[in-house]
Design a binder for this molecule. Structure first.
Ligand code: AGP
Length: 609
């Protein structure tokens, strides 16, 4: 999730690129860079950190041109640094490129190109593309793009500048969004519409497998196979702020809807379907260390802690190793019992949460091996942990965490299966079955999101309510805790999440006529038990929405409304089950007119104790 911008025309390109990058800075801000053709050579400026650093650099060392590309980075492969920032070039600077996405087979390509004498300077997957284009070039840039794209696996949106055709820009799209803006005597490339709205509202949305060739006079679009494409011109009537949110009213809603693609990214390159294997060798964990794990501590705060609760169940079920999930602010002062074979897993979207970081340091001080699940490359947690699993969810702007949570869950599934594979706890056929289920999850989430309107009507019913209960058993209880947090955080409606069997030990006293209860039933072995808890609250007048993985007549009889999520492996329902809860929370807050993205009293990253 980075930002791409490109320009060819009559204006001074540097301010155009910088303006575009400023509009995209919310998508990535660990480094930024530009490359322009200055009539003699490709000139590159890049700087680590916020865009302001790049601007200061250009002030000191200016450059003039009318064609160029720019990028603002959110690191995936390789830490945030000057050397890893885009644009990347080949050694002779014949090609310069900016890239969004992930090249899954970059290590293999890197080996091949290194053997041919190409010298790599960065740790990124992107750099292989510039060398590959240089290697493929014979007669035209389009021909080089055609040959290179045949070799690349994964996701890529590219803007390409080459000395061989200094009066053209190329925009290449595969599984990562890219648009072209059409002007008079000037054309633009961008990963997102806001970057170019200042200059044009005529846009072509490229499809996967298409290349746009931009000259000052116009744009031609071809498929990777070279066939001409007849493109529809889109007239954009959004304002800049709507455009930043992709047309959604809030970042939170955008991020909820980004979950299918975020989950696909988390899976990218981590599954060898043909061999029924999970590929997480980049965690750098020694096989023996994994085999020797005797207990696991999961430590996190808030939503990340809730992901850890599900992680505990999955790890225990698959590995039969004792796991405890702890709130970081408690763990750091609890003098935890850490033995030589304890693995500590810290979970943090931002990687900067003070309590989680302190817990990590405490664990390390006591000699634990620490694995971090985080979304931010180069964050403190990522730097200080021994091993890092990156969720690749892209920047999450809304304070209420959504895509970070579901990708953390997916991270736990992948890690648990990977450990089970190394420890021989599952056969490759069993792992193959789990993998098949995992691969369906993004589509299942997409399917649920299509029903968003049902949750607007449900949220309307909550408008007058001050109290709500979420109940469930097993992993459903963990998901209820997250659903309840989401609702409280942004709608300010008080809610409690309860292990369904625990209600009658006190809380049942709070159920009265019309009290809304959301009951989660996605675990077949616990269905009857939760159903009887629904009957208990119904008997006291509750209004029950049941979210379940299968339609049962008994459930229809016992509850007031039902929503069914797609069937998958019981351990994996947590991801799909939380989607209705995120939508309920969002629409409840939206109907109340709250500032959904910035709820009162809360910050996105809590860097104080
Ligand atoms: C959830 O919506 C919150 N924003 C909050 O609970 C958050 O998950 C918690 O503060 C932990 O943040 P982290 O993942 O960045 O460490």
């Amino acid at each position: 999730m980075c930002g791409i911008v490109g320009y060819i025309g009559y204006r001074d390109t540097v301010p155009v690129l910088l303006n575009g990058l400023r509009r995209l800075e919310y998508r990535g801000y660990d480094s930024a860079g530009i490359a322009v053709w200055n009539e003699q050579q490709i000139d590159v400026r890049k700087a680590q950190g916020r865009l302001a650093n790049l601007e200061s650099l250009i002030e000191v060392s200016p450059v003039e041109a009318t064609i160029g590309i720019g990028h603002t980075r959110w690191a995936t492969h390789g830490k945030p640094s000057h050397i890893n920032s885009h644009p990347h070039t080949d050694v002779h600077r014949t090609f310069s490129i900016v890239h969004n996405g992930i090249i899954e087979n970059y290590l293999q390509l890197k080996d091949e190109l290194t053997a041919k004498g190409y010298v790599f300077v960065s740790e990124t997957d992107t750099e292989v593309i510039s060398h590959l284009l240089a290697d493929c070039y014979t007669e035209s840039v389009f021909d080089a793009v055609q040959k290179a794209t045949k070799r690349m696996r994964g996701a890529f949106a590219l803007a390409v500048l080459s000395i061989y055709e200094p009066d053209r820009l190329y925009a290449v799209r595969y599984a990562s969004p890219l648009i072209v803006g059409i002007g008079v005597g000037e054309q633009f490339i961008a990963s997102d519409i806001p970057a170019i709205l200042e200059y044009t509202r005529d846009v072509i949305i490229l499809n996967d497998g298409e290349v746009a060739i931009l000259t000052r006079d116009g744009v031609e679009v071809r498929t990777f196979e070279g066939q001409a494409v007849d493109c529809n011109l889109l007239k954009v009537d959004w304002d800049v702020s709507t455009a930043e949110k992709g047309g959604y009213e809030h970042f939170m809603l955008k991020e909820i809807h980004e979950q299918p693609s975020a989950l696909r990214k988390t899976l990218t390159g981590r599954i060898e379907t043909d061999y029924h294997r999970i590929k997480l060798d980049d965690l750098g964990m020694k096989v023996n260390d994994v085999k020797n794990i005797e207990r696991i501590h999961i430590v996190a705060c808030g939503t990340a802690f809730h992901a850890g609760l599900i992680g505990k169940t999955v790890l225990e079920r698959l590995l039969r190793v004792p796991v405890q999930t702890e709130i970081a602010s408690e763990y750091r002062y609890a003098n935890p019992i850490i033995t030589a074979n304890t693995l500590v897993i810290v979970v943090s979207q931002s990687g900067e949460t003070a309590d989680t970081l302190a817990a990590l340091r405490e664990a390390k001080r006591q000699g634990a091996n620490v694995l971090a699940i985080t979304n931010v490359v180069g964050s403190s947690v990522a730097r200080e942990a021994d091993h890092v699993f990156l969720t690749w969810a892209g920047p999450e702007i809304a304070v209420a965490s959504t895509k970070a949570y579901t990708t953390q869950l997916l991270g736990f599934y992948l890690i648990s299966l990977y450990f089970a594979q190394l420890r021989g706890a599952l056969s490759s056929i069993q792992i193959g079955d789990y993998i098949a289920a995992l691969q369906q999850i993004p589509d299942q989430v997409e399917h649920i999101l299509e029903s968003f309107e049902s949750f607007i009507s449900y949220a309307k019913q909550l408008n007058e309510k001050n109290n709500l209960f979420f109940i469930g058993r097993g992993t459903d209880y963990g998901v209820c805790l997250e659903g309840s947090l989401k609702l409280k955080e942004i709608s300010y409606i008080h809610s409690e999440a309860y292990a369904a069997g625990e209600l009658k030990h006190g809380t049942l006293a709070l159920i009265e006529e019309g009290t809304p209860v959301v009951a989660l039933l996605t675990q077949d072995d616990l269905f009857e038990k939760t159903l009887s808890n629904i009957k208990e609250v119904k008997a006291r007048g509750a209004n029950v929405l049941a979210i379940a993985n299968a339609d049962h007549a008994s459930l229809r009889d016992a509850s007031d409304a039902q929503f069914f999520i797609p069937q998958t492996n019981a351990l994996f329902h947590a991801i799909t089950a939380v989607i209705p809860m995120q939508l309920i929370a969002y629409y409840a807050a939206w109907l109340k007119g709250h500032d959904v993205d910035k709820p009162r009293n809360l910050a996105k990253s809590v860097t104080v104790e």
